[in-house]
Design a binder for this molecule. Structure first.
Ligand code: GDP
Length: 322
């Protein structure tokens, strides 16, 4: 980003937020980040920490009014489709209603100050649900199939609505993006963490749900970089951020086992119905052509490199602990 900006970031302690802080700090920006009331203040002095609750919309409005940001990155939210089936109301509040509060407060700030306030919303491929076409693009119909997808669809629609009101608002339609900072609630990290334990002889088997699900897995820092490019672009827009290639859960597990040197992996992989979902999307694949053409964005790591980076990280963790 060219000039120093005042940035308001939600979700700073999550995977994407932490990479965003890594990317933007040191460039002279003033980064204000939200933490939940009751959370321990992180020992990270690259950002100015502010307490606010995504479920309390007034606290979000107050923070926008206090910080008066040039750019808002809304990365917070319930990031798990699985969790959204257990807590649909909390999901809609935190990943849907909070977006309405933040964008409206940002729009009012823009009106009041007479200067542009840019907004980047971390949306999700889940807005397409069981998509009617593959790969999906920015014009694929929004048809969510989970409470998580529905909440994200609301945030996505709001970006278009506020663009019509004159805001620089972007929806980053992010496909699955992974890294060693993923928690084990996601299948990729669950796999690499368990594979590392198996390779070290600490565990015998890996239990998963649907092995045939196919996902378009990318490298999280690349996806964060795409969102920075959206904030920097001349105008706001919707952008599919994906690699355009898919692999199955079985492919991911096989690649991880082989990387860790576990050759008899087929015998180690077990299906456990507890990890299957009520309504699972069989395949998600995005077409990132618009992001490539308009933002000059493209993925830097291939599938095998992502698996490799995650496995190496987890092998090092296991070694350090023993
Ligand atoms: P999502 O695509 O955002 O839901 O990301 P996840 O990493 O949670 O799931 C990706 C795919 O892996 C989904 O189709 C899951 O049903 C499938 N999957 C298979 N086994 C598991 C498992 O044990 N845990 C999780 N989280 N997902 C699994």
């Amino acid at each position: 980003m060219a000039a120093a900006q005042r940035i308001l970031l939600t979700g700073a302690t999550g995977q994407d937020g932490s990479y965003l802080v890594d990317q933007l700090s040191g460039e002279g920006h003033e980064i204000h980040a939200l933490i939940r009331p009751g959370d321990l203040l992180p020992a990270d002095d690259r950002v100015i920490w502010r307490t606010g609750d995504l479920a309390d919309t007034q606290s979000l409005v107050d923070i926008v009014d206090e910080v008066e940001p040039d750019i808002v990155f809304n990365l917070a939210g319930i990031s798990s489709v699985a969790f959204s089936w257990q807590q649909p109301l909390a999901t809609v509040e935190v990943s849907g209603a909070a977006v309405a509060a933040l964008i409206e407060a940002s729009w009012r700030l823009q009106e009041r100050k007479g200067r542009t306030v840019r907004f980047v919303q971390a949306s999700s491929s889940e807005i397409f649900g069981s998509a009617i076409e593959s790969p999906q693009t920015e014009t694929t119909p929004v048809r969510p199939a989970s409470p998580y997808g529905a909440a994200k669809a609301l945030g996505h629609s709001l970006m278009g609505i506020y663009r019509s009101r004159g805001m620089h608002a972007s929806s980053a339609i992010l496909y699955n993006h992974e890294s060693p900072r993923r928690p084990e609630t996601f299948v990729t990290r669950k796999i690499t963490a368990q594979v590392a334990r198996i390779a070290a002889g600490l565990e015998e088997t890996l239990q998963l749900g649907n092995l045939d699900s196919r996902r378009d897995w990318g490298w999280a820092p690349d996806y964060v970089d795409a969102m920075v490019r959206m904030a920097d672009a001349e105008s706001g827009g919707d952008y599919v951020i994906a690699t355009g290639r898919t692999h199955s859960v079985r492919d991911f597990a096989g690649a991880a086992f082989l990387r860790a040197g576990v050759l008899d992996w087929q015998d180690r992989l077990e299906v456990d119905d507890r990890f299957k979902r009520p309504a699972d999307v069989a395949e998600m694949r995005g077409d990132p052509s618009r992001a490539r053409e308009e933002l000059g964005w493209s993925p830097t790591l291939a599938f095998e490199e992502i698996v490799g980076a995650m496995v190496e990280h987890d092998l090092a963790l296991v070694r350090a602990a023993s």
